[in-house]
Structure formats: C-alpha cells, structure tokens
Design a protein around this ligand. Structure first.
Ligand code: ACO
Length: 334
C-alpha cells in the first residue's frame, strides 16, 4: 500500500575541522570582526582542510550519520537527491560521485540546483517519490564547498565573509500513520532577480565559456546585490511560511521548532519577529558555520535533533530564500 505521507526517518551532518574566524579573513581583505558580526551574525565558518575535498566528500559522513539515525544501511537507499550550488565538478552531478562513494551502483542519483532553497526543492521530490511508491528510502543531501569559490580580496569581501563549507543529510521514507509526516510544502522561483546573486562564468552561453579577461574581471566568483537579496528574503520568507501554515491548517503557536535557512542572522531575527516565532524555538547556527546554502536546513535540523530541541512527533517549520531567486517553505511532523 502506498504511504499517505513521507517523513524524515533520520538526520545527519558533517562540517570540516578547519575553523576560520573573522579575524583570519581580516588578514586577507579589508574587513573586521565587528563589521561581519554586526551585519550578519557570523563569527566563524568551516573550510575544507585541503584541495581535493568536494561537496560529495562532505556528504559521505553526513549521509552515514543520517542512515545510522534512521536505523538503515546504505543498501536500503534506493534514490539519492543531492542539492548543491557547488558541485564537485561541472558535470556529472555530485549525486553520482556520492553514490559511488557510498557503494551504491545503479541507484538513482539526481542533482538539484536551487541554491539555498535546494534542500526544500529536494524534499518535495523525495516526498512525491515516496508517496507514489517510486522509491522507499530517499537519501536527500545538501552539501557545499564554498571556500574554493570565493574571492579572498577586497573585491569579493561582501560575499567571501558570508559562506562556509558543510553538509546535512536526511533519509526520507514512509510516515507511520496520518499524524506524522510532511504536512505542506511550497516552492517558488522568480528569475527576474537571477543576476542579483550569480556566478557568471564559465558559461555555456559564451563562446568560449571562460577567457583570461573574464578571470581577470572575477566573473568566476559570485557577484551579489546584497541589499536586493536582503529585501527579497525578508519579504518572501514570511510570505511562504504563511502559505504552508495555511495549507497545513496550523498556527505558528503549534510549531515546536523553526529551522530557517542561515543567510544572515538579521534576516532570520526579522522573519521570526514578523511571524511571532520566539527565538527559543528558532535554530541559529550561522554564528559558527556561516551560510552553507543548501546544507543549512538539514545541518541545523540534525544538530537540533541531537541537542533535544525536537523529537519524533515535533512540528518543524522550515523556510529558505536564495539565489534564483528561489524560495520555499515546509511543515513536517517528525
Ligand atoms: N567588510 C567590510 N566592509 C564591507 C564588506 C566586508 N566584508 N562587504 C562590504 N563592505 C562595505 C561595502 O563596500 C560598503 O562600503 P561603502 O559604503 O563604502 O560603499 C559598505 O560595507 C556597506 O555595504 P552594503 O552592501 O550596503 O552592506 P549591507 O548593510 O547591505 O550588508 C550584507 C551587506 C551583509 C551582505 C547584506 O546585504 C546581506 O546580508 N544581504 C543578504 C545576503 C544574502 O542573504 N546572501 C545569501 C543568499 S543565499 C544564496 O542563495 C546563496
């Protein structure tokens, strides 16, 4: 029989061991701990220890932790969804690399390229697969290596200070009974803001895709209109939360834990206040990890679950906003 709902059977996460503080970055560009903390809340982030570690490598321990938490083995996974904006290589997708590293030949591997909303886009696909009976256990990962792709110089300082490396993973499977599981999920995109946060090159739209001039101009680094992103995020995150709360027929007072995407502490405090969700119910880990884009939500959920901030039966609200623009929200009863 097909399950009525899907749910999160287990969660896991992994961050590299190398801690990089704001003072460390201030040695590489004109910035300061005060500026970064005041504007973003970030105090430190993690970077990969050396070249050669890709998003799929960070995903391996996160996936193993999620499998153990779910009481499953790697062989139980019959589909992988890999959300990332920093794939190991341009192609093939990081899901294929991860499948190989987990020893899962022949298992479906799908990459999702929806930046900070990638995890929730992936959750929607995993939910549909499980409910349709297409796959029983979907490994959904958000993993990023940003530290090899930002510019450690004054030109790139607005973006470089924000991002960190890390991974989060969940196992999605059938919920037990109608009370448990994903109650509502909404996905949105608006490409009119695509160039407000993007990496222009290498680009298949250009011949050649990358030139020495483009490299000199830094077109291979992320470029961001921070003020626009900030404005959109503070408008769209509350909007999508209201949508999913209405779809789930729930009030915010019924939410046990709010796991917002971690782009900026100020954005999340603003969103929490606007929605009337207390700080005590909100996950913040941007102080120590920075913005790990597609990884922030599963990483935050995994830590919160382990710290006892949520448990089986808890109502968890998730919301994200990011490059694209893309934004999404979801409500799940664990
Ligand atoms: N250190 C010191 N000064 C800096 C830095 C830095 N790291 N970066 C920029 N500045 C300077 C600017 O050059 C500018 O100087 P000027 O006034 O002389 O021109 C000044 O600080 C103010 O810059 P603003 O961009 O106006 O700063 P703002 O208050 O908007 O804060 C920030 C910038 C923190 C980036 C903010 O806009 C923000 O958080 N926006 C949202 C970003 C975001 O969420 N991005 C991720 C989205 S998720 C995804 O999908 C990838």
């Amino acid at each position: 029989m097909k399950p009525v709902r899907s749910t999160i059977l287990g969660v896991g996460h992994y961050v590299p061991t190398r801690v990089v503080t704001n003072d460390d970055l201030a040695k590489l560009m004109t910035t300061s701990n005060e500026w970064i903390v005041q504007r973003t809340g970030i105090r430190e982030r993690r970077y990969i220890e050396h070249s050669g570690i890709g998003a799929s490598d960070l995903a391996v321990p996160a996936a193993r932790m999620a499998l153990e938490h779910a009481g499953k083995a790697a062989k139980d996974v019959d589909a992988i969804i890999f959300a990332t904006l920093s794939p190991d290589h341009n192609f093939p997708g990081s899901g294929c690399f991860l499948a190989d590293k987990l020893g899962l030949p022949g298992v479906c591997a799908l990459d999702v390229r929806n930046q900070c909303s990638g995890f929730l886009y992936g959750l929607s696909i995993a939910d549909a697969w499980v409910r349709a009976g297409t796959y029983r256990h979907v490994l959904l990962v958000g993993a990023e290596v940003h530290s090899t792709g930002v510019e450690f110089a004054d030109r790139g300082r607005d973006v470089a200070v924000l991002f960190g490396d890390g991974a989060g993973a969940v196992i999605i499977g059938a919920a037990e009974g109608d009370d448990q599981g994903l109650k509502a999920i909404r996905l949105h995109a608006d490409g009119s803001g695509a160039k407000d946060l993007w990496v222009e090159a290498p680009a298949s739209a250009y011949m050649p895709r990358l030139t020495a001039e483009m490299l000199a101009e830094g077109k291979h680094y992320p470029a961001m209109n921070g003020k626009h992103v900030f404005r959109w995020a503070t408008e769209k995150m509350p909007e999508v939360v209201r949508e999913v709360m209405a779809d789930a027929n729930m009030g915010v007072d019924q939410i046990d834990l709010f796991v917002p995407h971690q782009a900026n502490l100020r954005i999340n405090q603003f969103v929490g206040q606007k929605l009337g969700i207390p700080e005590s119910k909100t996950v913040h880990n941007i102080e120590v990890y920075g913005n790990t884009t597609a990884a922030t939500i599963p990483l935050g959920l995994s830590e919160a679950w382990r710290e006892g901030k949520c448990k089986r039966g808890s109502n968890v609200l998730m919301a994200a906003f990011g490059s694209g623009y893309t934004w999404a929200g979801a409500v799940i009863t664990l």
